[in-house]
Design a protein around this ligand. Sequence first.
Ligand SMILES: Cc1cc2nc3c(=O)[nH]c(=O)nc-3n(C[C@H](O)[C@H](O)[C@H](O)COP(=O)(O)O)c2cc1C
Length: 167
Amino acid sequence: MKILVVYYSRTGVTRKVASSIAQTLNADIEELIDTKKRAGPLGFAVAVKDAALKKIVPITPPQKNPGDYDLVIIGTPVWADTMCTAVRAYLTDCGKDIKQAASFCTTHTSGIEQANRQIADIIAGKTIAAAGFRQKHVKRDEHIPVLDAFLEQIREPQGGKDTSAVE
Ligand SMILES: Cc1cc2nc3c(=O)[nH]c(=O)nc-3n(C[C@H](O)[C@H](O)[C@H](O)COP(=O)(O)O)c2cc1C
């Protein structure tokens, strides 16, 4: 199975999970680049607003065509209880080309189910697995059991069940 991992990461948490998924599944990987500055307190505040308003902010054109893959795994940080703007822009533009998807989010505490559900909505329910990871668990490498359950779902899909890490 040809797999692509597509993700956005502002501070590295989602990147860490995405990289380990790509390595484990021998998948290609694509990092989405937001065209809007997201660094610093102002960048954070604007990002919250853009995400809450579900704005489509342009991203740098992706290098890989999702239509070339059997499965696309989408990774996003939770922003304002939804997906980040770069992932929303990507799915709005390329979602139609995705044959089958899985999604995961990283978060401080909230928004995992909403973000995964909204990703599934944009790509018309083509998700076969979903997961969520608390940033503190990722930073301490305590996310491995949830990651393993997510990879198991991908190998043996059961209809997009959410293996949320949130207690
Ligand atoms: C703009 C913005 C909005 C966020 N909104 C939420 C939120 O609604 N709920 C939450 O628990 N964490 C929220 N967070 C925290 C991130 O989801 C969390 O730190 C994530 O793991 C960061 O991933 P990254 O390092 O890949 O960017 C927000 C972070 C940012 C930058």
